[in-house]
Design a protein around this ligand. Structure first.
Ligand code: NAD
Ligand code: IPM
Ligand code: MN
Length: 359
C-alpha cells in the first residue's frame, strides 16, 4: 500500500526518537512492499521559533491531508516562561482538538527484560496488560482559562456526548480483550465525574451488556495501579486523570521511554506519539529511549494503515531487541547502555528476522 505520513519531530528528544521510528517504518515498508512517503512539519517550540505559532496552519493542513501523523514531543525550558504569549504545549492540544482525536489509547505491557528497571516488585508485574483510554479533547484542559491579578481559573466541562463516545471506544476495546472495563473518576467530589459515571454506566449497560464495568475513584486507582496492576484490563478516564495515571503506569513497564500512544477520532487521521515529553534533561545527547516512539509507529500501522501483521512485527522486534539486551540508559543497570541510534538498529536487526514470536 501507499501511505502519506506526516512527521512532527517537535522539541527536545522529539527529533531523536522520531528519526528512530521513521527508520523502522522505512524498514517495514521495504520488508512488506509498501511505499510510505514521509513529510516533516513544525509544531511546538520549533514552530514558535520559526513562525511565532505553536501549530502553524501549514502543519494542520498537512495533518489533515496525511494518512497518519507521527509526533515526537513538544516543550522545553526555552519556551516555559510563565508570562509567555504562546506555549509549545498549545500546539499539541490544538492539533488533537482540530483533528477530533478524543480517544487516546495508552497500552501498558511490562516486558520481562525491562522488569529490572521498574521500582515495583517483579512478581506484581508478571502478566500485566493494560489499555488506558484517556479522553483527550475535553475536561479541564479545554475549559475557560482566566488569569486575574489575585486569582486564576481553569474550568472543567464534559458533555454527555463527549463521555459517550470515549466510553464506547473503551467498551469496544474491552469486548475485544477480557471483557473487563474500569471507569475512573472522582464522583465523590466532582460534578463532571458524576455525569461521567452516569453516562459510562448507561452506555455499557445498553451497548456492551457483555462487558463488566467497575467504577473506581482516581485516588485509590493510583494506589491499586501499583499494588495490583494485573487485576485491571481496559481503563477509561477523563483527560487529566489519564495523563497522570499513565505516567504513573509507566513505572510498571520500567520507563516513561517505553509507553506509546494512539490518538484517534471518528475515521479521521490518527496521531501517534510516545506518552513522554521532550526530556530537556537528556535532549541532544543521543541517549533517549526510542522504543515508545517505535511502538507508537506500530500503533500507527495498526490503527491508521490497518496493517496488523506489520504492527505485530514491529512490536515483536522491540520485544526481541529488549530480550537481546538492547537497553538504553533509562533501562540498563548492570551493563553499558545503548544510545538512541544503537537501540533503533537493534530493532532494525530483529526486523530482518521472522517476526513470529509476538509477546
Ligand atoms: P518528560 O516526559 O519530558 O521527562 C520526564 C523524565 O523522564 C525526565 O527525566 C526524562 O529524561 C525522562 N524521559 C522521558 N522520555 C524519555 C525517553 N524516551 N528516554 C529516556 N528518558 C526519558 O516530562 P517533563 O520533564 O515533565 O516535561 C518536559 C517538557 O515536555 C515540558 O515542556 C512538558 O510540557 C513537555 N511534555 C510534552 C509532552 C508531549 O509532547 N506529548 C508530554 C509530556 C511533557
Ligand atoms: C501528554 C503531555 C501533554 C498532555 C502536555 C504536553 C500538553 O503531558 O501528552 O501526556 O498533558 O496531554
Ligand atoms: Mn503527559
Amino acid at each position: 500500500m501507499h501511505a502519506e505520513i506526516l512527521v512532527l519531530p517537535g522539541d527536545g528528544i522529539g527529533p531523536e526518537v522520531t528519526a528512530a521510528a521513521v527508520q523502522v517504518l522505512r524498514a517495514v515498508a521495504q520488508r512488506y512492499g509498501h511505499t510510505f512517503a514521509f513529510t516533516q512539519g513544525l509544531i511546538g517550540g520549533a514552530a514558535i521559533d520559526a513562525t511565532g505559532d505553536a501549530l502553524p496552519a501549514q502543519t494542520l493542513a498537512a495533518a489533515r491531508g496525511a494518512d497518519a501523523v507521527l509526533l515526537g514531543a513538544v516543550g522545553g525550558p526555552k519556551w516555559s516562561d510563565p508570562g509567555a504569549r504562546v506555549r509549545p504545549e498549545q500546539g499539541l492540544l490544538a492539533i488533537r482538538k482540530a483533528l477530533g482525536l478524543y480517544a487516546n489509547l495508552r497500552p501498558v505491557r511490562p516486558h520481562a527484560a525491562a522488569l529490572g528497571a521498574s521500582p515495583i516488585k517483579p512478581h506484581l508485574l508478571q502478566g500485566v496488560d493494560l489499555m488506558v483510554v484517556r479522553e483527550l479533547t475535553g475536561g479541564i484542559y479545554f475549559g475557560e482559562k482566566r488569569r486575574e491579578a489575585d486569582l486564576a481559573r481553569d474550568v472543567c466541562t464534559y458533555s454527555v456526548a463527549e463521555v459517550e463516545r470515549v466510553v464506547r471506544r473503551a467498551g469496544a476495546l474491552a469486548r475485544a480483550r477480557s471483557g473487563r472495563l474500569t471507569s475512573v473518576d472522582k464522583a465523590n467530589v466532582l460534578e463532571t465525574s458524576r455525569l461521567w459515571r452516569e453516562v459510562a454506566t448507561r452506555v455499557v449497560r445498553d451497548e456492551f451488556p457483555d462487558v463488566r464495568l467497575e467504577h473506581q475513584l482516581v485516588d485509590s486507582m493510583a494506589m491499586h495501579l501499583i499494588a495490583r496492576p494485573r487485576e485491571y484490563d481496559v481503563i477509561v478516564t477523563e483527560n487529566m486523570f489519564g495523563d497522570i495515571l499513565t505516567d504513573e503506569a509507566s513505572m510498571l513497564a520500567g520507563s516513561l521511554g517505553l509507553l506509546p500512544s494512539a490518538s484517534l477520532g471518528e475515521g479521521t487521521v490518527g496521531l501517534y506519539e510516545p506518552i513522554h515529553g521532550s526530556a530537556p534533561d537528556i535532549a541532544g545527547r543521543g541517549i533517549a529511549n526510542p522504543y515508545a516512539t517505535i511502538l507508537s509507529a506500530a500503533l500507527l500501522l495498526r490503527h491508521s494503515l490497518r496493517l496488523e501483521d506489520e504492527a505485530r512485527c514491529v512490536e515483536t522486534a522491540v520485544s526481541q531487541a529488549l530480550d537481546a539486551g538492547a537497553l538504553t540508559a533509562d533501562l540498563a543497570h548492570d551493563r553499558p547502555p545503548l544510545g538512541t541510534t544503537a537501540a533503533a538498529h537493534a530493532v532494525l536487526e530483529q526486523l530482518q528476522g521472522d517476526c513470529q514470536v509476538a509477546e
